[in-house]
Ligand binder design. Sequence first.
Ligand SMILES: [Fe+2]
Length: 368
Amino acid sequence: MAEAPIADRAEFEQWYVASSYQRFVESEGAPLYQGSAIEDLGTLKLADWARRGGKVAYTRLADQEGLSLQIVEIPPGGELKPEHHMYDAIMLVIQGRGVTNIWQPGEQPHTVEWQEGALLAIPLNAYHQEFNSSGTEPCRFVMGTNMAEMINHFHNIDFIFNNSYVFSDRYSAAMDHFYVDQPKHWSLRLFETNFIPDVREFAVDAWREKGHRTGISRISMASTSLGLHILDVGEGTYATAHRHDAGPHVLQVGGTGYELLYFEGEEKPRRIPLHPYGVIAPKRNEFHQHFNTGKGPIRQVAFRRGPARYGTGAMYDPVGASQSVDPSATGYQINYEREDPSIREEYYKELERNGIELRLPPISQGRS
Ligand SMILES: [Fe+2]
């Protein structure tokens, strides 16, 4: 049989099915925020949420649909309808207080109380329901998720939200210590816990290789396939610039400063103010650098790939170099010695204005 001439073949629009995640967000009647950063998740405009009640918005930051955020608000005295889903979610409370009930079918709900700063794991496909405990103030939280990836992978919303499989290995009522606030310190910079009452108070381990007075801890929560870390950048210091593949979402939970974002060869970096609760999600190959300009450390919570405890076949690399697009010394990280002198100059002026002392050694004596 003769091949049909190209002119008779299906048009692109006839066969190509666009992102299921984007269609899902549209079906939720919710805004979808894009770009590399959102300055304040606390004031971000959300839409009324017919499916669960309250208000909601979603993100598609860094031009990727692997990791994303769901931002949720519950009005004073309000509650959401229960749900369960085939994607991982870790909840960060950014305003107010409330409770989450968590249960497997046929079991008693377990109630977790939370307030601003709490970090809480939602076990895979377990039922969960949130309530605002205040009758006068709204509460707002952010879910770090791999929902976009899972929705696109299966492109069947019913499978995602109406799947009856019970992951009793992940959670069951018998695991009565599941939400106890006692992190297990597996090794240097690696903890396991399912609930942190206030992430702003969590004691992190030092990470001298990444910069002076820098600390980090990776957290494994609810056996998720999400990676998570808490990073401190000390007063009077900034982290070295680096770049990698798109995906990590860095949420600002404490301190003030700014972020510089730029692509190689760009004349001027973009400058984003850092304060709670903003998020930075650099695009693929976009250099980024955190600057602390205030009193005390900057603290960031990052949702990322690479679960802390579960192997993915990739070489374990706490620095994240395995995610880098170009792992060569010049491509992945710009050490202080090689950075444009105007970067430190700008930082130094900012510190002077704020009456903060620079706590970095001079470039010539710094590390290479
Ligand atoms: Fe990064």
